[in-house]
Design a protein around this ligand. Structure first.
Ligand code: AHR
Length: 332
């Protein structure tokens, strides 16, 4: 069992992980057969290939791996793909060439990272995907790589939509700011949200465009879309950073975020929570970036011979004005 992380949000996650692992152990005794093993040595050379470092979520994720490394007996090899799936692929290929003992990474996009996962398997290196997943019709968790540790992004989108339907009385003209094109986080958050909205005849998405999960891109896209749709009454942003960019664009257009335009988002960053407190952001579904301790726990269990389920699901909190004060401690 992991030693508890200082972040208060981690304990329920670890408990969920333990429960899932135990459940899977009872039902699928040999689910990890045929996958590369983690060598029994210390330190373990672990490759962590980050997608980019342009927002607090990514920085918190990287920090959680740096923080856990010594405790877990990991010697980290870390890279940053600067928002390029092609660079992330070559970063991982170089880690394979260096013979790391374990690969842990968030695939920037669902399809381009599939071949490198297969290359790692062929090279005998176990892979744990965190945060985002790859296309399951091309490669499967539990068969081609050990597991995916992460949130249910479809559920996050549904929860954002449910809140918006409720808080607007089922009537809204919506702009959607999508995450990075091709990322599982963007695809699934869109699906979850759009499916709920489609069932509500008074709710209409008038524009949906990528802001690449980045604050300034979100601001620019919102600026353009506001000109085309001045009658908009709601914004759904796939992450807090784009929502904060949208808030800046709304203010620049002379409108009041939170009054003229209701905004809902996903992440639960410090900036997002502060915007809820200021009444500018309506709500944010939490998406935890603290994968370091979870990945360590999974790797240690796997090394001991325990069976790991294909999806170690992380559960998420929900923040709005009703609980923002006591939730500030979870921001990052
Ligand atoms: O994959 C998770 C998403 O990616 C987070 O919501 C976002 O902030 C990040 O860049």
């Amino acid at each position: 069992m992991l030693s508890p992380n200082k972040k208060p949000g981690l304990r329920p996650l670890v408990a969920a992980l333990t429960a899932l692992t135990l459940a899977a152990g009872l039902t699928a005794a040999h689910a990890n057969d045929g996958l590369p093993k983690i060598p029994n040595k210390k330190p373990l050379k672990v490759g962590f290939a980050q997608t980019e470092s342009n927002n607090p979520w990514r920085l918190a994720e990287t920090k959680s791996f740096k923080d856990i490394a010594a405790k877990c007996g990991w010697q980290m090899v870390m890279t940053d793909a600067n928002s390029s799936a092609a660079k992330q692929v070559s970063d991982i290929q170089s880690m394979i060439a260096q013979h790391v003992d374990l690969l842990v990474f968030p695939p920037r996009e669902e399809k381009p990272l599939v071949p490198v996962v297969m290359q790692a398997k062929k090279a005998g290196i176990p892979v744990i995907l965190v945060d985002r997943n790859i296309d399951q019709s091309m490669a499967k968790a539990g068969r081609d790589y050990l597991t995916f540790i992460g949130s249910d992004f479809i559920d996050q989108g549904q929860r954002a939509a449910d809140w918006l339907v409720k808080s607007t009385g089922g009537k809204a003209t919506i702009i959607e700011l999508e995450g990075s094109t091709g990322a599982s986080a963007a695809n699934d958050r869109k699906k979850g949200f759009d499916d709920v909205i489609a069932k509500n005849p008074g709710m209409k998405i008038v524009a949906s465009q990528s802001g690449d999960f980045a604050r300034d891109k979100g601001r620019q896209v919102m600026e353009t879309l506001l000109q085309a749709h001045p009658d908009v009454t709601a914004v759904y942003a796939h992450n807090d950073e784009m929502a904060l960019g949208a808030i800046a664009a709304i203010k620049a257009a002379g409108k009041q975020p939170g009054k003229d335009i209701t905004i809902v988002t996903i992440d639960g960053t410090k900036g997002g929570l502060e915007a809820i407190k200021a009444g500018e952001l309506g709500a944010s579904v939490q998406s935890s970036p603290f994968f370091g301790p979870l990945a360590c726990d999974v790797a240690q269990k796997y090394a001991k011979g325990e069976t790991i389920p294909p999806w170690v699901k992380v559960s998420d909190r929900f923040y709005d004005k009703s609980n923002v004060d006591e939730s500030m401690k979870y921001g990052y």
